[in-house]
Write a protein that binds this ligand. Structure first.
Ligand code: ADP
Ligand code: MG
Length: 232
């Protein structure tokens, strides 16, 4: 996939929001790992995709009007066999939505040390700003996040990670394994490079990224493009 072409095609059809599926295909393209994923629309396709990906899998309903998927029951985790896949498909297709419904079948990722959030927002004055935090309550309630204006250096990325208050969680807190900090650094640098190269990207939300003692994997992502300026 050519990233410039994908973004151009989206904008030409007046779409500014990439689906989770498209966002993760783009991340894969820049070397950020994501679970194996397939898009399906029928029960048969869904079951066969689940079998070819290998159990356990996750099924998610993709519809343009569903943004926070888990709030509407649109994420079915830890599906272990064909029967469970068929049932989950039925349940997902029964969720009310006005938009076209597709199913994303994806490999269920292993339990991480913790969930991370990596993001990018465009500041009116400074342009693209990168964000890093530890997922869940730390980000939602305590707003324990760090920011840097892009482009960032490796040194900046290491500082972003170390300066959050939750850093001990990544550093072997209470006998847990140490998180792969180098993998986070590399990922932050890849996001930085991407947004500098593609000015049409307005916002990115990698939420969550599962971090391990070796490597990481992004299980949900959302990329938003800038509205094209009106020509008159
Ligand atoms: P939402 O739109 O609600 O943010 P997500 O796609 O992030 O939906 O899924 C909700 C939660 O389910 C995630 O925060 C993560 O904990 C878990 N999850 C999602 N996808 C996977 C996956 N492929 N493997 C393991 N866990 C997953
Ligand atoms: Mg999410």
């Amino acid at each position: 996939m050519n990233i410039s072409e994908l973004l151009k095609k989206k904008l030409e059809s007046n779409q500014t929001v990439l689906t989770e599926f498209e966002s993760k295909e783009l991340l894969k393209e820049i070397g950020i790992s994501v679970p194996d994923q397939k898009l399906t629309s029928t029960k048969e396709e869904t079951v066969s995709a689940a079998k070819s990906i290998g159990f356990p899998v996750v099924l998610k309903l993709m519809a343009e009007d569903i943004v926070h998927k888990s709030d509407t029951g649109a994420v079915k985790l830890n599906i272990k066999n064909e029967d469970e896949t068929a049932n989950a498909f039925e349940e997902l297709m029964n969720i009310p939505s006005q938009a076209e419904k597709l199913i994303s079948v994806q490999k269920m990722a292993n339990e991480p040390i913790t969930e991370l959030i990596l993001g990018m927002t465009t500041d009116a004055q400074f342009g693209p700003a990168l964000m890093f935090g530890i997922g869940g309550i730390l980000v939602e309630l305590l707003e324990d996040v760090s920011f840097r204006i892009a482009p960032i250096t490796e040194y900046d990325a290491r500082e972003m990670i170390k300066e959050i208050k939750g850093f001990p969680i990544l550093d072997g807190y209470r006998g847990k394994p140490k998180a792969d900090i180098d993998a986070i650094v590399k990922t932050l640098l890849k996001v930085s490079e991407l947004v500098i190269k593609h000015e049409e990207i307005y916002e990115m939300d990698l939420n969550p990224v599962f971090i391990y003692d070796k490597g990481l994997i992004c299980v949900d992502a959302r990329i938003i493009l800038k509205k094209p300026e009106k020509q008159d």
